[in-house]
Design a protein around this ligand. Structure first.
Ligand code: AKG
Length: 347
């Protein structure tokens, strides 16, 4: 009896005819992208579906007719597929049918808003050119974080040793003037109601990230803005109850973190060279990738250099938010610092 592949419950492709194959080694978890695999499989005939379960080293293909499946089996089994710089040997075998769960859509954390194309390509170039990497901040704590990414502070220095700022020690350089049109747009559109006075610029090379953290409540007001420039990345939000929401941040987008998403959920970027993102961006207008294990139309997106501008407003009174379990002003200890070393890079 041929095996029946199961990745979930609801959809059923194939009805016992010899149309479905498992493609061993041809999975996202094996650094094979949907585009690369799909191109090779399509040459054998018209496909009904291609399922690539997240993190798995295999995929499932169902063809519209048995002849195409046989052609794929005959021509691709044991053949090499060029994937980026590596060459991977595919092994194909028939399966009775392929079932998978319909995608569950995961809502964004409460208070989180993602605005695409918030800055133009011209503004992006101006902002990137405005960062003066030559003069580093005085405090050595900033330099310690540089092992993981390049960091530059304006207005006030964020201290990674105590997750706080010296409110009475402003830096000589305030927020660069090039940022003002963007911040004024944020004010006009109601994303913030007061002008930020602190900016942290993070530059991440491919493979770098930032550990999950909640920005300490006592130094900063509620709304935190993160402008993504350059390459897209995936930021993971984690709720203390275990929920995880992966949010794709395209270049030139603005992430607005308020309320629960700012005070309670941690945010972080796993250091890796590839992200799993929806294969077709239109299918996920809110840029959320469903919970691991529920989605099969993902592909790999190679990371490039991303620079983020995180704008914050220094808080002058203790925080009185409703999220007391995470509020250092109300007695909670702060979450790990964004400079704490992260788990090893994947894949
Ligand atoms: C931080 O600097 O604390 C961040 O969380 C940066 C976030 C980002 O890169 O968008």
């Amino acid at each position: 009896r041929r095996p029946r592949a199961r990745t979930g419950q609801q959809c059923n492709y194939g009805d016992g005819r010899r149309q479905s194959l498992v493609v061993a080694n041809g999975g996202l978890g094996n650094s094979v992208s949907r585009e690369e695999l799909s191109a090779a499989l399509k040459e054998m005939g018209e496909m009904e579906s291609l399922l690539m379960p997240p993190h798995k080293p295999y995929a499932f293909v169902t063809y519209r007719c048995e002849e195409s499946a046989l052609k794929a089996y005959t021509h691709l089994n044991g053949q090499k597929l060029q994937c980026g710089e590596s060459s991977i040997t595919l092994y194909l075998a028939y399966v009775n049918s392929v079932t998978h769960e319909e995608e569950a859509s995961v809502p964004l954390p409460e208070g989180l808003v993602l605005l695409e194309d918030f800055v133009s390509p011209e503004e992006e170039a101006l902002l990137l050119a405005a960062v003066d990497w030559s003069s580093t901040n005085d405090d050595v704590t900033a330099q310690k974080a540089l092992k993981h990414r390049r960091v530059k502070h304006y207005g006030f220095e964020f201290r990674y040793d105590n997750n706080n700022v010296d409110k009475d020690k402003p830096l000589p350089a305030g927020i660069p003037a090039e940022c003002l049109p963007v911040l004024e747009r944020c004010l006009r559109n109601g994303h913030i109601n007061v002008m930020p006075d602190q900016l942290t610029v993070n530059e991440y090379e491919s493979g770098q990230g930032i550990p999950p953290h909640v920005d300490t409540h006592s130094p900063f007001e509620d709304t935190i803005l993160s402008l993504s420039l350059g390459a897209k990345t995936v930021m993971e939000f984690r709720h203390p109850d275990g929920r995880v929401v992966a949010v794709v941040l395209p270049g030139r987008s603005l992430l607005v973190m308020k309320g629960e998403s700012r005070y309670l959920w941690t945010h972080g970027i796993t250091p890796r060279k590839f992200d799993m993102v929806p294969a077709c961006e239109q299918q996920s207008p809110d840029h959320v990738t469903p919970e691991p294990g529920t989605r099969s139309n993902l592909t790999l997106s190679k990371r490039g250099t991303r620079t983020s501008f995180t704008f914050r407003k220094i808080r002058l009174e203790p925080c009185r938010c409703a999220f007391t379990s995470a509020c250092d002003s109300q007695g909670a200890s702060s979450t790990p610092s964004p400079s704490t070393p992260s788990p090893p890079a994947l894949p």
